[in-house]
Design a protein around this ligand. Structure first.
Ligand code: SF4
Length: 634
């Protein structure tokens, strides 16, 4: 937070990280520091409170590790300094502990007259410095499971001042991620990046140049930013293009450059009007989206349109809907990213329609790793049982979280691999978010399920109506074990499952409209029967070691029995023999090749100079839903 202390502007490592995330944030913070405007009142946000609590717990756990190892610790007493004098005193206390050679300095404070910084830890090393035969490295605890650029930038600020105080630069910047893992990084690898960002930021804050004209374009940081209400109000007042569902920053810039600055302008853009540097297809898509949002706004009603089939993308949109089956399942997961070391998928919910047409719902809980494994196995067994009874059944979900979680749980627990392979290769999972995005146009700012369900179900009631609050509710249960929390969570999850079921039904009606009213061709997707995945084929050939005992089931949605000697070519497949099968593209298969993924999170890892910098982190709590920041499940 940019501060004015005495006659000086004082900035912090957090300000620099915020500047990296959003240029407009620096504008707002500087204006506030100069007394031009106020920050919006802080609303009670249980999710942010949860994040803060978890952060403190993580920090204290790391402190406890050092204490348990018998290291000498100095805890800087002067917390939250608010004046120049206090800041100087807190740094003096830090320096005194360093000169005494304390092994761990906790809550180290730095202040050079302009920059303030509060490093979680300084760790003594054996490298000589002006202090004596030792010096210090910096360590900071972060809840994220991977090392982010912002975290490194932050510790670079501390390292900068630490270099001055001890006379030598620290060798390592240590980020302690939420799973307790220490990630040592070399300062030299980030110094140039840090200097560049810092120089730009200082020119902005302390320079004489006029302030640039920034705009609150949506960025990831909006999810946790205190200025969110201010920025959202500004976008609405401006009828900004970011209010158009599916809009990107690049499109926004190109449209504004060409004199199309608002949603209304875009909605009224003539169909034959081109925009430089924009391909006609995406332009048509966002123009049609803006037009419908504009119509809905003017009519004061929710509107939707059917998107005609795209000859260049057959099988997409409504044409991706498989034939309904009485055994279809509707699936939704609740997860707590902060539970245990690596997050917990604590509730797998499934709904289905019983013989009377009413909804059944089954919550499958797992409150620890063993429970999570048992819940996953129970869910997979439920699906396989139905698949055996009707090979045409499907599991519907909304957006990619559920399919990703299935792979992640399979890998984490090393169980039900063949069954999952069977589900993935047989395209049993159907993502209705893709169907909606490609097949329907709606007059909403976001295609999240909570926005889309306004078309087919009443507004939800109940204690939990937002995903982020479900995490908070589960965390409350972890603390007080009051079963009322679990009851509320099951209710919330059931609503999500039933919403997915009702969405499928609503889309089926839209598909029928498309065929009957529009005369569009909407063939059902071809049922796929995949070849066995590579590793399974290797197994059937004896494999490299010749001893793999994996049962090669799951290569045929209609089958599932053991593979006949001779491998994939001899798989019994009634539907293939009947000429009903298609070939699954390789990309759809379960990748068992060399991993470029974090095996715990299933997310892609970023590689730099042969080293893993970190996984693209698990998404943070879905704190806010905002146009331009769509979280489709929420
Ligand atoms: S709400 Fe978003 S756009 Fe506004 S200042 Fe914060 S990060 Fe920037």
């Amino acid at each position: 937070m940019v501060q004015v202390l005495g006659d000086s502007i004082v900035v912090s490592a957090t300000d620099l990280v915020g500047y990296l995330a959003c240029d407009h944030l620096a504008t707002l913070e500087l204006g506030r520091a100069q007394g031009l405007w106020e920050r919006p009142p802080r609303r009670e946000d249980p999710e942010l409170v949860l994040l803060q609590e978890r952060g403190v717990e993580h920090e204290l756990a790391y402190l406890e590790r050092h204490r348990a190892a018998g290291r000498s610790i100095h805890e800087v007493q002067l917390r939250g300094p608010t004046t120049l004098e206090e800041l100087r005193a807190a740094e003096a206390e830090t320096l005194d502990a360093m000169r005494r050679g304390v092994e761990v300095v906790y809550q180290a404070t730095f202040f050079d007259g302009r920059w303030r910084g509060h490093a979680d830890f300084l760790l003594r090393t054996d490298r000589p410095s002006d202090l004596g035969a030792w010096s210090y490295d910096v360590a900071d605890t972060k809840l994220a499971r991977g090392v982010k650029a912002g975290a490194l930038l932050q510790v670079c600020v501390y390292a900068d001042r630490l270099t001055t105080l001890q006379g030598v630069p620290p060798e390592r910047l240590v980020i302690v991620t939420g799973d307790g893992v220490e990630h040592p990084e070399r300062l030299a690898d980030y110094a140039a990046f840090y200097r560049t960002v810092k120089a730009r930021f200082e020119a902005r804050v302390f320079g004489d140049l006029p302030a640039p004209d920034t705009y609150p374009d949506p960025v990831d940081h909006c999810r946790v930013c205190a200025w969110f209400p201010t920025c959202m109000d500004r976008r609405r007042a401006d009828d900004h293009l970011s209010l158009v569902a599916g809009m990107t920053r690049t499109y926004t810039e190109r449209l504004i450059d060409d004199g199309v600055p608002t949603l209304a302008d875009l909605g009224e853009l003539p169909a034959d009007r081109a925009v430089p540097r924009m391909n006609p297809r995406p332009l048509r898509r966002i123009r049609d989206q803006a037009r419908l949002q504009l119509s809905g706004r003017r009519a004061g009603a929710l509107l939707y349109e059917l998107v005609p089939p795209d000859p260049e993308a057959p099988g997409h949109g409504l044409a991706a809907l498989p034939e309904p089956s009485a055994l279809d399942l509707f699936f939704d997961i609740e997860a707590d990213p902060w539970a245990l070391d690596d997050g917990l998928e604590y509730l797998l919910g499934v709904a289905w329609r019983d013989g009377n047409g009413t909804h059944e719902y089954r919550p499958i809980w797992g409150h620890d790793r063993r429970g999570e494994k048992a819940a996953f196995e129970a869910f997979i067994d439920l699906v396989i049982d139905r698949l055996e009874r009707d090979p045409q059944m499907h599991v519907y979900h909304y957006a990619g979280y559920e399919s990703g979680a299935i792979k992640r749980l399979m890998q984490r627990h090393a169980t039900r691999e063949d069954e999952v392979d069977r589900l993935l290769r047989g395209q049993v999972l159907v993502d209705l978010y893709q169907v909606v995005r490609q097949g329907i146009r709606a007059s909403v700012e976001s295609y999240s399920i909570k926005s889309i369900e306004k078309f087919y179900m009443p507004v939800r009631a109940g204690p939990i109506t937002e995903a982020g609050f479900s995490v908070v509710e589960y965390e409350r249960w972890l603390r007080d074990r009051d079963t009322a929390h679990l009851r509320d969570l099951a209710e919330y999850n059931r609503d999500d499952c039933v919403s997915t079921l009702l969405l499928r039904d609503w889309l089926e009606v839209r598909r029928r409209d498309a065929i009957i009213d529009q005369g569009w061709s909407m063939p059902r997707p071809t049922t796929t029967v995949a070849e066995p995945s590579e590793s399974l084929t290797v197994c059937t050939r004896g494999g490299p070691a010749g001893g793999c005992s994996r049962r090669p089931v799951g290569t045929d949605r209609g089958g599932g029995g053991a593979l006949a000697p001779g491998g994939a070519a001899r798989l019994a497949s009634p539907r293939r023999e009947a000429g009903l099968v298609g070939v699954l593209p390789p990309a759809q298969s379960l990748d068992r090749g060399p991993r470029r993924r974090d095996c715990r999170t299933g997310r892609a890892r970023v590689r730099r100079r042969g080293r893993t910098v970190g996984p693209v982190d698990r998404p943070p709590l879905p704190l806010r839903s905002s146009p331009g920041l769509e979280d489709p499940r929420r």
